[in-house]
Design a protein around this ligand. Structure first.
Ligand code: BGC
Length: 349
């Protein structure tokens, strides 16, 4: 079968390879991959900046934002033939650490976790894969290909959970939040923020086009400037860009008792100057919290699946702004002006 493979840390090494059918030892569910979303992490892997092959191998099958249809499933299980499913990205470390031992692999303590399509475990960008039922999550069948948005939604569900859990250290009655970045993560964070009943302000640099339209269609407000001009004293800020200036802006301008959740991964090597004394003073005197958030465990995938099931299908369909067939996968990497989420269609449904 065909799979998109890459030699991690080797730029321009990606190719459509012929690989063996998935071995039964991978799990009793056989899944036909329908679509795989491409995100910044994939671009980093393809650029030779990130990623690890499986032990003893040179090439890694790419793809961690998946949607597939079950072809074979054991009788009597919760997952049955025909179900639309999304594969979970991370696997617990083998030790296991205290968090992986309780299935909180997203909080792995020793770094020995693996991630499908990213770290030492083949991804989902192959025509078929096998898996155990505990690592797939069913999506509402009426979502169709839009179910491919579940993995990024799970990341956002975890971020909102962190905000709520930290906010709840004291009386917590949030009314407004800021999202920095109107890419897929930012837009899905805005969707969930609206579903939580919050006034949502999204900041991005695009002056016009699909991103502002998608934000407004949710009933959120769109801004292009600084946090302070978008919303005064937000209860929460979900930072989805990793851009140093925006990270600092969020930390400086979150409201009293507010929570800043950082989800964007910055590339290192940039220095910005900060009045640390003043930042520290504000954070202490206003009980502010800054938290980093990565990956997602099963609970977050399930929360994400609920959020997508409730969402407007036309809105989600606009978010999946471009679909590229597997044999033309290179087109998925050529950024176009109104790209939001680009997906590779492996077996068009
Ligand atoms: C994925 C996460 C993963 C992270 C770091 C992100 O793109 O969505 O699941 O943990 O990359 O590898």
């Amino acid at each position: 079968m065909k799979a998109l493979t890459v030699i991690p840390l080797q730029k321009d090494s990606a190719e459509l390879s012929d690989v063996a059918e998935p071995p039964e030892s991978d799990g009793p569910l056989l899944v036909e991959t329908l679509a795989v979303g491409i995100c910044g992490t994939d671009i980093e892997i393809l650029s030779g900046e990130y990623g690890w092959p499986p032990p003893g191998r040179e090439r890694l099958v790419l793809g961690h934002e998946s949607l597939g249809r079950v072809l074979e499933a054991p009788a009597g299980g919760a997952v049955t033939k025909g179900d639309l499913v999304v594969g979970i990205v991370r696997r617990p470390d083998p030790v296991p650490c205290s968090n992986c031992a309780v299935l909180e692999w997203d909080f792995c303590r020793n770094g020995q976790y693996t991630e499908r399509g990213i770290k030492e475990h083949d991804g989902y960008l192959s025509e078929r894969y096998r898996i155990t039922p505990d690592f797939v999550v069913k999506v509402d069948p009426t979502l169709g290909v839009l179910g491919v948005l579940l993995e990024p939604t799970s990341v956002v569900a975890k971020a909102w959970e962190q905000v709520q859990r930290i906010g709840s250290r004291a009386h917590w009655a949030p009314t407004k939040a800021v999202i920095t970045g109107a890419g897929p993560i930012g837009l899905l964070a805005a969707l969930m923020g609206i579903q939580l009943g919050l006034e949502i302000h999204v900041i991005d640099q695009m002056q016009s086009g699909l991103k502002p339209d998608l934000v407004r269609a949710l009933g959120a407000e769109y801004h292009t400037g600084a946090v302070v001009d978008a919303c005064s004293d937000p209860d929460a800020i979900i930072e989805c860009t990793g851009v140093s200036e925006l990270v600092l802006d969020a930390m400086e301008h979150v409201g009293p008792n507010g929570v800043v959740c950082l989800t964007g991964v910055s590339s290192g090597g940039r220095t910005v100057s900060v009045d640390e004394g003043s930042l520290n003073r504000t954070m202490v005197l206003s009980n502010e919290a800054v938290v980093g958030s990565v990956n997602a465990n099963r609970r977050h995938y399930e929360a994400g699946a609920d959020a997508l099931a409730k969402a407007d299908r036309d809105w989600l369909a606009k978010l999946v702004s471009r679909k590229v067939p597997l044999d033309q996968w290179q087109q998925a990497l050529e950024r176009q002006p109104d790209d939001v989420k680009v997906v590779v269609e492996v077996n068009p449904s």
